[in-house]
Design a protein around this ligand. Structure first.
Ligand SMILES: *Cc1c(COP(=O)(O)O)cnc(C)c1O
Length: 357
């Protein structure tokens, strides 16, 4: 197979070990003689995968007994709806830090009174708003911890006077999280913990049951919790791969170790962006994401964009095209992206500068 350095935003790079084990399980799942995609989800072999996956989530993120983790289909976009369905009664506030945050807000608006407490839309979401006040009468405050498209991130678990809800699609498991500070954490698996097709949610159990609306059975977190994510057929194969990804994560030191390496990778790449006369970063320095690194050609060098893209492609870099709303480049350096790939990109940027100086 061709050697590539995969920086795609999602679906994205996953640990090779997880992929290899998935291939084996497609041939023969746990010595049953049956492929993992052909076995009943009501067998003890499958239930052991569900149990293991749930335990790994709890162990890796240190999830307290007050919370439960559930898995379902639909993506983070379904999570937008579930958050509002299960938590919105009178009024909800959202931190509008990008298009995903805006889409989450739209779902809440469809169900009731919801608004943006603060927004960074004035600069194409290049920073995280600060200094705003969270009204104490909100049912919840919703944040997007990592803004995949713009490369900004909320690096710490904030104190919040009302239940805090977070879309952590693209930075879950990249750092330790104080789960006790959140009423709900959710996201699509396909950015850091698995393939597309499974969505995760960590819910504080006593925060549920406080809304008066009818919640459709399958959209009610209590259904998912009571059924141990098996109320209906779960996305079996994506969950299998997610479990293998978490096993890899644990074997490699867990979220603390990941965070250390992620910081190292981010420092290396941002360091080069700041040093290299050909490029400049697009997000506020203090809010820079350690998962999605966005950059554009430096002023006066804009005409070299296509050339650098081709130059990088030739050297095996893939998936570095920036989102159309920001332009330029975006390197997604999730947990499974090795330091050597980041180094290869940095080398490529240096070489390009030498060539064009
Ligand atoms: C990718 C992404 C989404 C959308 O996820 P889907 O699973 O495709 O619905 C939502 N929020 C964030 C932060 C994302 O990165």
């Amino acid at each position: 197979m061709k050697k590539v350095h995969n920086f795609t935003a999602g679906p994205c790079i996953l640990p090779q070990q997880a992929i290899d084990n998935a291939i084996e399980a497609l041939k023969d799942f746990k010595n049953t003689g049956i492929p993992v995609i052909s076995i009943s989800h009501r067998t003890k072999e499958w239930e052991s995968v569900m149990d293991e996956c749930r335990s790994l989530w709890k162990e890796l993120l240190n999830i307290p007994d007050t919370h439960e983790v559930v898995f379902f289909g639909g993506g983070a976009s379904m999570g937008f709806l579930l958050a509002a369905m299960n938590f919105l009664e009178n009024k909800a506030g959202y931190l509008e830090t990008g298009v995903w945050a805006k889409k989450a807000l739209k779902e809440a608006k469809g169900l009731g009174n919801a608004y943006a407490v603060a927004s960074s839309s004035d600069t194409t979401y290049s920073y995280i708003p600060k200094g705003y006040e969270i009204p104490a009468d909100l049912d919840y405050f919703h944040i997007t911890t990592n803004n995949t498209i713009y490369g900004t991130e909320i690096h710490e678990d904030m104190d919040c006077p009302v239940p805090l809800i977070a879309d952590m699609s693209s930075d879950i498991m990249s750092r330790p999280v104080d789960v006790s500070k959140y009423a709900l954490i959710y996201g699509g698996a396909q950015k850091n913990v698995g393939p597309a097709g499974v969505t995760f949610a960590i819910v504080r159990k006593d925060a549920l049951g406080k809304v008066s609306r009818y919640i459709p059975t399958i959209l009610d977190f209590r259904t998912l919790i009571d059924g141990a994510s098996m109320f209906n057929t779960p996305p079996v194969f994506p969950i299998f791969v997610m479990n293998e990804t978490l096993k890899w994560l644990k074997e490699n030191g867990g979220v603390e170790a990941m965070h250390k390496i992620n910081m190292q990778k981010a420092k290396l790449l941002y360091g080069e962006i700041d040093r290299n006369s050909m490029f400049r970063g697009t997000s506020a320095v203090e809010d820079r994401s350690i998962m999605n690194v966005c950059f554009v050609m430096a002023e006066g060098r804009e005409n070299l964009q296509d050339e650098f893209m081709a130059f990088a492609k030739e050297r095996g870099m893939t998936g570095i095209k920036g989102h159309r709303s920001v332009g330029g480049f975006r390197a997604s350096i999730y947990n499974a992206c090795p330091l050597e790939s980041v180094q290869a990109l940095v080398d490529c940027m240096r070489e390009f500068e030498e060539l064009k100086k």
